[in-house]
Ligand binder design. Structure first.
Ligand code: ADP
Ligand code: MG
Length: 390
């Protein structure tokens, strides 16, 4: 689960991290009010969408009057912001975050990810902030510093100093860097985050002095931990998520939209992946990943068909069930119910195996409906590709 920049900043602030003072606004008037409350002479109006790359796409604007804050907020709110991370359809800006503009001296990158090979939270830092970390990794890999954190002892001061030194943070910024890194690590641990990205972490001028400040923050939280992260769940913005994926999860279905034309209804994530592979192997493109899980009732199967068919690109549906906990007769009843209630016009290719398979096949045969049955996954995939090609 992702959250907005302003939510991430508020979370970080509650852990003692320095962020610019700011406020969220849902209208131009509110934005002007926030700017007035913050005071100062320069503000940044930032579109709040879950995707990054807003700066280059016009979603981050530095302005120097309250009137400009208002105009900029008005221009941003309600528009579709397209960045290189949103895809061509973009994301609707429902609110902006107005914050004090900082006088930036230098931008750094700071991130925490879970490194799968070491199975540990790993700190990543670079002196080349403000740009995409992927670009730095590709073009200047020597500029990326990593430090693996032992979960038993946590992030130690010496590790933070090592990373800070390597990216060139020194003097009075050093203790600030240590404090900041440890605070973000605490957020990761306390809130079950999978990823935190501060880009940029900036050295900003404060009068004669300078200070470290988080100017952009992204967090991704583990969906499997949300049951114990009530505060994080409250930050969820369903408008930023794929509406069908949200609906599917409400029905206990695991659905991911893809861009092909063969709808897939499968039980088990592994079999679903194998089904997508089989389709690809035969030269086709799946429209979705859908795992109906174990114990799929007729209602669940009907919901699955409905969600898959909401995608206008779907030209046929491949149903692949290997029933262990599931029952093929239930799946068959579900498919018949779906055909009757949804008036399905696209061909349904059905491959059933496992518990009560004979009963399942008999139910489908006697239904009088035109199911195309397949003996195995390979045959089912080949048949689906043949149908969409015809
Ligand atoms: P994104 O990563 O989506 O492009 P950022 O929040 O990182 O958005 O903003 C892009 C750039 O805008 C930053 O790299 C920074 O240079 C500038 N910026 C962001 N916030 C501020 C701020 N409060 N004061 C001054 N400049 C800012
Ligand atoms: Mg950024």
């Amino acid at each position: 689960m992702n959250i907005h920049e302003y939510q991430a900043k508020e979370l970080l602030k509650s852990y003692g991290v320095s962020v610019p003072s700011g406020g969220v606004a849902y209208s131009d008037k509110q934005a002007a009010q926030v700017a007035e409350d913050i005071g100062g002479a320069k503000w940044v109006v930032k579109a709040q969408i879950h995707a990054g790359g807003r700066g280059k796409a016009g979603g981050v604007k530095v302005v120097s009057s309250i009137d400009e804050v208002k105009k900029t907020a008005d221009a941003m709110i309600g528009t579709h912001l397209v960045t290189h991370q949103t895809g061509p359809e973009g994301s609707v800006v429902q609110r902006v975050w107005v914050e004090q503009a900082s006088q930036i001296r230098k931008e750094y990158y700071l991130g925490f990810v879970i490194d799968r090979s070491s199975q540990r939270i790993t700190l990543i830092a670079s002196s080349e902030g403000g740009v995409e970390i992927e670009d730095i990794a590709k073009n200047q890999p020597e500029k990326i510093i990593t430090e693996v954190i032992d979960p038993a002892i946590g992030l130690r001061d010496f590790q933070c100093r090592k990373v800070a030194t390597a990216v060139g943070l020194k003097g009075r910024l050093m203790p600030q860097a240590v404090k900041l890194m440890k605070a973000i690590y605490r957020v990761m641990r306390d809130k079950d985050a999978l990823q935190a990205e501060i880009n940029p972490l900036a050295v900003v001028a404060v009068g004669e002095d300078e200070q470290l400040m988080v100017l952009d923050a992204k967090f991704n939280f583990d969906d499997n931990s949300l049951y114990r992260q009530k505060e994080i769940v409250e930050l969820r913005d369903l408008a930023e998520e794929n509406s069908k994926e949200v609906e599917a999860s409400g029905h206990g279905l695991n659905y991911i939209a893809l861009d092909g034309n063969i709808g897939c209804i499968v039980n088990g994530a592994g079999l679903a992946m194998a089904s997508l592979d089989a389709i690809a192997l035969h030269g086709g493109k799946p429209a979705n990943f859908l795992d109906v899980g174990g114990g799929a009732s007729p209602e669940k199967v009907t919901n699955a068909c409905r969600i898959v068919l909401e995608d206008p690109n779907v030209k046929c549906i491949l149903v692949n069930i290997f029933a262990g906990i599931n029952r093929c007769d239930w799946i068959a009843l579900g498919l018949i119910q779906a055909c009757n209630t949804l008036q399905i016009k696209v061909p349904l290719i059905v491959r059933l195996a496992g518990t009560n398979v004979e009963e399942g096949r008999r139910i489908l045969d006697e239904s009088g409906l035109a199911f195309i049955s397949a003996e195995n996954l390979d045959a089912a995939a080949a048949k689906s590709v043949e149908i969409v090609r015809a």
